[in-house]
Design a binder for this molecule. Structure first.
Ligand SMILES: [Zn+2]
Ligand SMILES: [Zn+2]
Length: 152
């Protein structure tokens, strides 16, 4: 995969622009009910980007979603859900893959929370988890993802 880095992205209205300068550690689809509601769709799509490879280059995203320890960041104007800073895991940012230019490159490698999946929703992800992968699975998943994405 040529990630064409740095790569930019934006919300629906274009007020908030983001840039990634690092390849995803892993890509995900999440079927949880929270993601269904926040994405107004069947699942959310994420690319986990190392925190030092992510920046907001214009606009001022605001906290939305649950307003808890995990920060769900939205455009203040069009309210697109753009990225999430997960609680206690500040080394990466979960960027909503559809905000990025060329979103087709960010096919999900794992899907999570299939226990809450809508029956008609399919993602094509090669790994499925009823909830989340066990913490000790992530190292292997990230290595496998690099190879999988490299073949794409
Ligand atoms: Zn916007
Ligand atoms: Zn979710």
């Amino acid at each position: 995969m040529d990630w064409k880095l740095p790569r930019e992205g934006s919300c629906r209205c274009g007020q908030v622009r983001i840039r990634i300068s690092a390849a995803p550690l892993v890509t995900m689809a999440c079927h949880c009910i929270g993601c269904q509601k926040m994405s107004s769709s069947a699942f959310s799509l994420s690319a986990a980007i190392p925190a030092d490879g992510f920046e907001v280059i214009s606009g001022e995203p605001v906290v939305g979603g649950l307003h808890g320890a995990t920060k769900h960041m939205f455009c203040p104007h069009c309210m697109s859900w753009m990225f999430t800073r997960p609680e206690g895991m500040d080394w990466f940012v979960n960027v909503r893959a559809t905000m990025l230019d060329g979103a087709a490159d960010f096919a999900p490698f794992i899907e999570t929370w299939t226990a809450e999946k809508l029956p008609f929703a399919g993602t094509g992800a090669p790994h499925s988890y009823e909830t989340l992968p066990p913490m000790d699975a992530y190292d292997g998943l990230m290595k496998e993802y690099a190879e999988w994405a490299g073949r794409a």
